[in-house]
Design a binder for this molecule. Structure first.
Ligand code: ARG
Length: 458
């Protein structure tokens, strides 16, 4: 393609280090789509004749059909998807294929293709995240009043409802979707027509190509347009953050599925066995979601470090932008699907959760709050009195509400029998009805609002 000024061809190592076709063949659909828009514009502007434009469009259709059927051939001599397609086009329609690259460079071409690819991926990610949210809302609704221990420091803190816990993840995913949405809005400008870096002398119509490709507008500055990869980094940082949320959820499943917890039975379809220990059912999918988060964060770091310190405009370092994005997109897609299946199909062992909530003195704060409310004791003092009650219960090996009234009165005479109503886990969660709190009525409100947001009112 550029042999004119060279006396010798590239060495084997040059061919290998230079070839991006092994990975950028992923862009073939976007590459054909952008070429179609470009040549239609060249025809409409009279830069190529309409017959030539038609011939090229027909040829591109044939190449697309071949790729669809047989895959994209990988010839390192042709470097990348852009040259691979152009060379096949030339084999099919002859020298007229050479007119396609008028007023265009691979620099604006790859920037355009890659934006289109990331845009499609964001749309797919958003749809997948919506499915995960639907699964979370369904299970949260089912378990709006199921009691489990809430933790801080992974120590039993206060009883919460399982629905409340699941809706916390719904909120994280809501923010993830909003980040992808923001990234998409900024991404949606068309670099095509920026050419190599400085624009072109041909009378092109950039509005026309931008519109044909579904962009909001052409990019404003050609130097920026060919050297900007913010859209890819924004996608990756949003993906990284999303993967962290999935990883935290996965970690909950790993803990909950362990025998000492026994809060959840994982679906067989998302677990594996052990080759030596017949009793085992391992949470591999959840563990891999947790592991993948590390790789996705790595992809995001990789591209940022690649971009750091690049002068304007295009440098070949930027060819390395694609592998981390492709890898992250693949890993994130798998992670979302795995967690959606896990949430939808797991069995929550609500009796175990309830027992655990009852065991860990989870209603100690309720006792302290009762002392403040009913006996007018300052909170710090109430905290101290409650600590003594917990100590006694622990010594006797009983739950707080299993201490006798006499035992409680011996700790503080201001306690009376009404306290027992506040010490059950049900009373505890029901009392936390502040906005966004764990009470079943609040969870049902959150679920209803979530359904409005999802546009799927029950
Ligand atoms: N394969 C290249 C990439 O992905 C296309 C752009 C090549 N541009 C150039 N000036 N060599 O970045």
């Amino acid at each position: 393609m550029w042999g004119g000024r060279f006396a010798e061809g590239p060495s084997a190592i040059m061919r290998e280090i230079n070839a991006s076709i092994p990975f950028d063949k992923n862009l073939w659909q976007q590459d054909i789509e952008a070429s179609r828009a470009h040549v239609a514009m060249l025809g409409a502007c009279g830069i190529v004749t309409s017959e030539d434009a038609e011939t090229i469009l027909g040829g591109l259709g044939t190449v697309a059909g071949e790729y669809e059927r047989d895959g994209v051939p990988e010839d390192w001599d042709l470097e990348d998807i852009h040259m691979t397609t152009e060379s096949r086009l030339a084999e099919l329609i002859g020298p007229v294929a050479g007119r396609l690259h008028t007023a265009r460079s691979r620099n604006d071409q790859v920037a355009t293709d890659f934006r289109l690819w990331v845009r499609d991926t964001i749309d797919q990610t958003d749809a997948a995240l919506e499915q995960l949210q639907c699964a979370l809302v369904e299970r949260a609704d089912e378990h709006s009043a199921s009691i489990m221990p809430g933790f801080t420091h992974l120590q039993t803190a206060q009883p919460v409802t399982l629905g409340h816990h699941l809706m916390a993840y719904f909120e994280m995913i809501r923010r993830d979707r909003s980040r992808f949405h923001d990234a998409r809005a900024r991404l949606n400008q068309c670099p095509l027509g920026s050419a190599a870096l400085a624009g072109t002398g041909f009378p092109i119509d950039r509005e026309m190509t931008a519109q044909a490709l579904g962009f909001d507008a052409p990019t404003a500055n050609s130097l920026d347009a060919v050297s900007d990869r913010d859209f890819a980094m924004e996608y990756l940082t949003a993906a990284a953050q999303c993967s962290l949320h999935l990883s935290r959820l996965a970690e909950e499943f790993v803990i909950w599925a362990s025998q000492p917890f026994g809060f959840v039975k994982l679906p067989d379809t998302l677990s594996t066995g052990s080759s030596i220990m017949p009793q085992k059912k391992n949470p591999d999918a959840a563990e891999l979601v947790r592991g993948h988060a590390g790789r996705i964060v790595g992809c995001s770091t990789a591209l940022m470090v690649t971009m750091k310190g690049l002068p304007l405009a295009y440098s070949k370092d930027m060819q390395d932008d694609k592998p981390p994005v492709f890898e992250a997109a693949n890993l994130l897609g798998l992670s979302i699907a795995a967690m959606t299946g896990m949430v939808a199909d797991c069995t929550f062992v609500t009796e175990r959760m309830r027992q655990a909530a009852e065991l860990g003195y989870a209603t100690a704060t309720d006792l302290a709050d009762w002392l403040v409310r009913e006996a007018g004791i300052p909170f710090r003092e109430a905290h101290h009195i409650t600590g003594a009650a917990v100590k006694l219960a622990e010594k006797n090996g009983v739950a707080l509400d299993q201490l006798s009234l006499d035992e409680l009165k011996a700790i503080d005479a201001r306690i009376d029998e009404r306290v027992f109503a506040a010490l059950s886990v049900d009373a505890s969660v029901a009392s936390r009805a502040s906005l966004g709190g764990t009470a079943p009525e609040q969870v049902r409100k959150q679920v209803a609002l979530a359904r409005d947001y999802l546009g799927q009112r029950a």
